[in-house]
Design a protein around this ligand. Structure first.
Ligand code: PEP
Length: 250
């Protein structure tokens, strides 16, 4: 029996048309199942209002964003404001996904500003950490993650610490089909929990990296793995529902 509530978070990245979104929820509704976990989805920002409407009618999911600016407003063409996200009623924002770190060059210091900007509006933040293959092979995994946590979470106010979730996503496992073994993941999750300076026992720590219906069970059985951040498999209603129902028999 898990003491922390299992969270399954779909990161749809830059995918899904309106037609596909509609089909996704038609499929989800057809597969009637009582879910014991929290099911969250982060669509493209443009689609947030549509998902919010669906969430309002079905009550089944919570909706979040994949990224946001470190500023609330101003001359930042193309950016998404955390204040506007709060206004739209999103429940959470993913910050520091490895694609933001590598493709868009976001560093720990900028990510810390984003974390604080999200928390200012009392939204939940999923702060992502994880090592590259090169860092793992040179035994730098723990050093890299410690730094990502130390800088990325600095100055989080004590009364907002309960809004912070962590996602451990080894970069070498994202979208590659190479999932970390449950033991490899648990080792890092336990390390992360040990490094958290606030709310450590209650903090939800998600694993991400090629999670699929056939490998989620062994991950969720680990003490410090409280759910998953899922890319590819969250796009298919059947897979997403299966991932969400995995926690039913824990
Ligand atoms: C992700 O994008 O956060 C992710 C884990 O992707 P995938 O599940 O496709 O590896």
């Amino acid at each position: 029996m898990k003491t922390r509530e299992v969270h399954i978070v779909g990161n749809w990245k830059m995918n899904q048309t309106l037609h596909e979104i509609s089909n996704f929820f038609i499929e989800m509704t057809k597969m009637k199942m009582e879910l014991k976990c929290k099911a969250w989805i982060a669509p493209q920002s443009l689609h947030i209002p549509i998902l919010k409407e669906i969430a309002f009618t079905t009550g089944a999911i919570q909706v979040g964003a994949q990224n946001c600016s470190n500023h609330d407003s101003g001359a930042f063409t193309g950016e998404v404001s955390p204040a506007a996200l709060a206004d739209m009623g999103v429940e959470f924002v993913i910050i520091g996904h490895s694609e933001r770190r590598t493709i868009f060059g976001e560093d720990n210091k900028l990510l810390n500003e984003k974390v604080l900007a999200v928390l200012k509006h009392n939204l939940k933040v999923i702060y992502c950490v994880g090592e590259t293959l090169e860092e793992r092979e040179s035994n730098d995994t723990f050093k890299v993650i410690e730094e990502q946590l130390k800088v990325g979470l600095q100055n989080v106010p004590a009364d907002k610490a309960h809004l912070v979730l962590i996602a451990y996503e080894p970069v070498w496992a994202i979208g590659t089909g190479k999932v970390a073994s449950a033991e490899q993941a648990e080792e890092v999750h336990a390390f992360i929990r040990g490094k958290l300076t606030q709310n450590s026992e209650q903090t939800i720590i998600l694993y991400g990296g090629s999670v699929k219906p056939d490998n989620i069970d062994s991950l969720l059985r680990k003490e410090n793995i409280d759910g998953a951040l899922v890319g590819g498999a969250s796009l298919k209603a059947q897979d997403f529902k299966q991932l969400c129902s995995a926690s039913n028999h824990l």
